[in-house]
Design a protein around this ligand. Structure first.
Ligand code: TRP
Length: 445
């Protein structure tokens, strides 16, 4: 096995890990899921899922990663030799490919929209943005080329390694992301539809809540936090003992939720200002936001800033999706990082091409009303991620047990962990039972 590196600094740890969590999930997926599921009530359930299920799952993943200092498959193998637990890691690798498949397509869209925004002609009178998005996203070659370009950028970062690639990109890109978000959020508060947008986000109305709403919120929480496939596990395998797992988990969950809500404040006032349906689906930020920017002075500037924000968020998250798989492949098959990453790139691009075409020319092939793109999205958030989280909490709660939890959370006595009993209870009982119950409810309803 090759020598493994660590992240160099604590700040690097946080920025890289938050970079993994804050992504398209927050700015692209959260608004349309919230819109589709009625807004505020969904958001409240979402926050509940983050606190009760998300944080215990993050802690469990961190624990497995740092204790083993290994990739997802070998981590479980190392901590529980000669048992089938390594299959949880393997399932994570599979999940990683599935998410990467559609994620790279949307990342490609953000790159393309960023450059299009810079072009003066995008905001000339009479552009129909809904038609523009449909024509672009259902096209055959263009979206695939953009996805390839985006993946080459990810490949470049991952090939440079943990410190020079992942940590460095987080340190440069995340501060830019927060700055952009702040500027655009303030801008959102001054839109004519701000009041209605904020009401939609923050005035709970539970009349429309169903079992599906709860499953969607759970899936969204896991997707947004990057939990359930081994991405956080891989990052934490590069943490040193100086990193407090507890503190890092709170920082990641807190910042991720903050960004999702800020993204809501950027997007929904705009949606209501222009009378667009909040339930518009995956096209939401690609259709509504250009409408908004077109009506503003300096359209090109605002629009470029917004899609730059999306592209940065997407890039740092893609890096983590890629890294988990690359760590496994390079360590297991003893390949160089660059070769392993190239191999992953090729598979991801093939899946991405299929996803992209499934919105366009292959649109007639569907399963249960879902094309390949929607199917991967649904399968991963509604099933694979929560299931991965469920198994990881069972592993940590029951197989590794309280002593390792105490040891690892306290960094071998370095930090005091006051809530250890609470964590144990959440990891052993609350998280597994709730996730299972949500699954069962959805099967039976
Ligand atoms: N959390 C990222 C987002 O919100 C996506 C992501 C990156 C992810 N790595 C992951 C999702 C691992 C699940 C598992 O966009």
């Amino acid at each position: 096995m090759q020598n493994r590196t660590n992240f160099a600094t604590k700040l690097g740890v946080i920025l890289a890990t938050v970079g993994s969590s804050v992504g398209l999930g927050n700015i692209w997926r959260f608004p349309f899921e919230a819109g589709r599921n009625g807004g505020s009530a969904f958001i409240l359930i979402y926050v509940g899922c983050v606190l009760l299920l998300g944080i215990p799952c993050i802690l469990a993943e961190f624990l497995v990663g740092r204790r083993s200092h290994a990739n997802p498959v070998e981590a479980f193998g190392k901590l529980a030799p000669r048992t089938p637990w390594y299959l949880v890691g393997l399932m994570g690798i599979f999940t990683g490919f599935c998410i990467n498949g559609f994620y790279c397509v949307v990342t490609g869209w953000t790159f393309s929209y960023f450059l299009t925004s810079l072009r003066g002609s995008f905001f000339e009178d009479g552009t129909d943005y809904s038609r523009f998005f449909t024509e672009f996203s259902t096209g055959t070659w263009q979206p695939i080329l953009w996805a390839v370009l985006a993946m080459l950028a990810v490949h470049w970062v991952v090939s440079r390694g943990v410190r020079k690639g992942i940590e460095m990109s987080g340190r440069i890109l995340m501060p830019v992301l927060f700055l952009l978000l702040l500027v655009l959020g303030v801008r959102g508060l001054f839109m004519p539809g701000a009041a209605e947008g904020l009401r939609f986000l923050f005035m709970p109305d539970f009349s429309g809540v169903t079992a599906t709403t709860v499953l969607s919120a759970l899936g969204q929480a896991f997707f947004s936090l990057s939990v359930g496939m081994g991405a956080l596990l891989t990052y934490s395998s590069y943490f040193s003992d100086e990193v407090s797992l507890e503190k890092t988990a709170y920082q990641v969950a807190g910042l991720d939720t903050l960004v999702a809500i800020l993204a809501g404040i950027v997007v929904f006032p705009a949606v209501f200002s222009f009378g667009i349906q909040p339930s518009a689906g995956p096209g939401l930020v690609f259709v509504t936001m250009p409408e908004v920017f077109a009506g503003m002075p300096l359209s090109n500037l605002w629009s470029s800033l917004f899609y730059l924000l999306l592209a940065i968020a997407a890039l740092t998250s893609s890096v983590s999706l890629h890294e988990a798989v690359v760590a496994f492949i390079s360590e297991h098959f003893e390949l160089s990082r660059r070769k392993a990453s190239l191999f992953v790139l090729m598979i991801v691009v093939c899946m991405g091409a299929l996803c992209s075409l499934s919105i366009g020319v292959l649109g007639k092939y569907t399963l249960g009303g879902r094309n390949f793109f929607d199917m991967l999205d649904f399968l991963t958030s509604a099933f694979l991620l929560p299931f991965g989280g469920l198994l990881t909490t069972l592993f940590v709660g029951w197989k590794l047990g309280p002593a390792s939890l105490q040891e690892e959370l306290s960094s071998h006595g370095r930090y005091r962990v006051r809530l250890i009993k609470v964590y144990l209870f959440l990891i052993r009982f609350v998280a597994p039972i709730c996730i299972l119950a949500i699954f069962l409810f959805n099967l039976l309803m």
